[in-house]
Design a protein around this ligand. Structure first.
Ligand code: SF4
Length: 222
């Protein structure tokens, strides 16, 4: 099968004598084919999983088969974020900011147990239990660390997802601008501004409970 055979529309067969000159296809097919054949990953790594990602980009596994061989040093030239490693609370604001700076269409691949759910550091004082609590993840690659083959499998899964999208329904061609994700605030603990209503209600409950306890202890002392 040639590289362009998969683009052909079976409903409109091209006569044999014209097949080397004409291809009839759909906008969706050619749009998705061109996007998924030239994805540009962003160059950043967070922990040990990044070593496997670097290894995947080296000659043995040959990411250029996917059009991905040059990792971009700027989010503004990237359309694939590979979150490869432990996501600490200190790092989350930077990850969300980088995600917001990527142009649409954009995709996120969560690589390894740490990025997906905290991994061996789950519920540690400084680690978030999953980057998907902050940015939308398209594909999860399990493992600690995932092998380069597993990452390649994840990248193929991203390509399959792109193949199923339609230019009519993808969110980045709808009316109105896309909303940026509010950048979490790093304090004694990380605060997600999207949860501010819940935080406010819980803080009010805690304040009410603390006041009641103080009043009770004051009454007992009197
Ligand atoms: S999943 Fe394992 S290999 Fe990957 S960053 Fe976490 S501890 Fe390291």
């Amino acid at each position: 099968m040639s590289a362009t055979d998969e683009l052909l529309n079976p409903d409109f067969p091209v006569p044999d004598e014209l097949q080397s000159n004409i291809a009839i296809t759909t906008i969706d097919k050619i749009y998705n084919w061109s996007r998924r054949s030239s994805m540009w990953p962003m160059m950043f790594g967070l922990a040990c999983c990044a070593i496997e990602m670097i290894c995947t980009a080296a000659s043995r596994y040959d990411l250029s088969r996917f059009g991905m061989e040059v990792m971009r040093p700027s989010p503004r030239q990237s359309d694939l974020m590979i979150v490869s490693g432990t996501v600490t609370k200190k790092m989350v604001p930077q990850i969300v900011r980088l995600y917001n700076q990527m142009p649409e269409p954009k995709y996120v691949l969560s690589m390894g147990a740490c990025a997906t759910g905290g991994g061996p550091f789950k519920e540690g004082y400084n680690v978030v239990s999953g980057v998907d609590k902050y940015v939308p993840v398209d594909v999860y690659v399990p493992g600690c660390p995932p092998t380069p083959q597993a990452l390649l499998f994840g990248l193929i899964a991203v390509q399959k997802k792109i193949d199923q999208q339609s230019i009519l329904t993808v969110p980045w061609y709808q009316r109105g601008p896309s909303e940026a994700i509010p950048v979490p605030i790093l304090g004694p603990d990380i605060i997600d501004p999207r949860q501010s209503d819940v935080i406010r209600v819980q803080a009010a409950k805690l304040a009410t409970a603390a006041t009641a306890v103080a009043e009770l202890s004051g009454a007992a002392e009197a």
